[in-house]
Design a protein around this ligand. Sequence first.
Ligand code: AMP
Ligand code: MN
Ligand code: MN
Length: 316
Amino acid sequence: MHQRVKDLVDRGDRFLIATHIDPDGDALGSAFSLCFALNELHKEAWVYLRDSVPYQYEFLPKPRTVLGPTDLTRNGFDAFFILDCGDLRRIGDELQRFRGNCFTVNIDHHDTNEAFGQLNILDDRASSTAEILYGILKALDVPFTREMAVNIYTAVFTDTGSLRYPNTNALAFSICQEMVQRGVVPSEVASGIYENHPKARFDLLCLALATLRTHKNGRLATMHVTKEMFDKTRTSKEHTEGFVEDLKEMRGVEVALFVRQIGPTRFKASMRGKGSVDLAAVARSFGGGGHKNAAGCTVEGPLRQSLKTLIEAIPL
Ligand code: AMP
Ligand code: MN
Ligand code: MN
């Protein structure tokens, strides 16, 4: 499998790397490190981001060749790499239209991956997409620069909830260790992500916490943010990163559900669990996806109704 990627990279010159909308640490870290790696191999590479980089990840070394939706004009790419994306809807409409029938390499760790590539490198036991990519970069024999190391470290670190979640495996630790040997300063990464919030984020968190409820004998905790709350605190979706993880810290909670408004009657749900429920299956029943303990979907309907439907669908 890795040999096929090596052949593809050897034969090609120009590559486009994409990841999912609303990118997280694994999405950005994997995409950026692959871009730097291809450059090390004297290949031209671009990273396509539908959305801007959330402020938590502004410290990441970023390639100079990052494209947005308005830059998708000319398609002379030898292959597309799509990273950390369970299905093609998650790359966004603009890239879906642009991709045409270009050869696609799908590298991912979601349980729900639809194997949409011509080449699919999938491992749902991997802690992160970066963990799979690490194996590929070793096979490509590319040296790990400090820029790549910071990206890979951040990707593994964030997707494992700072090396705490059940997906944290021995390889996650050994990759992080190797990246530290290659120049990563763990405290710098941690403070970039976790100690860099604007005050407005806490204003939003105050409003969100006022909506905190428990259900099912305290085994499910829910919290939500409406458009009105975003407007009042002058915040946006990036300021909600970490809210659902905070909810999970409550004793006795097995599933945390966080919902944010994305349209007049449209809500994005994020679910996090501790192992007792298959949340990927719950998310899939709403057309979403993810992993057993971390999944997401979009629901349509008024807030109360959307929450009720989601709560009922979580088998606790
Ligand atoms: P989130 O709650 O958005 O942080 O996502 C949790 C996990 O579920 C991540 O691995 C996402 O890639 C995945 N996920 C979130 N929303 C969706 C969706 N609408 N469709 C498919 N997968 C999703
Ligand atoms: Mn992701
Ligand atoms: Mn991931």
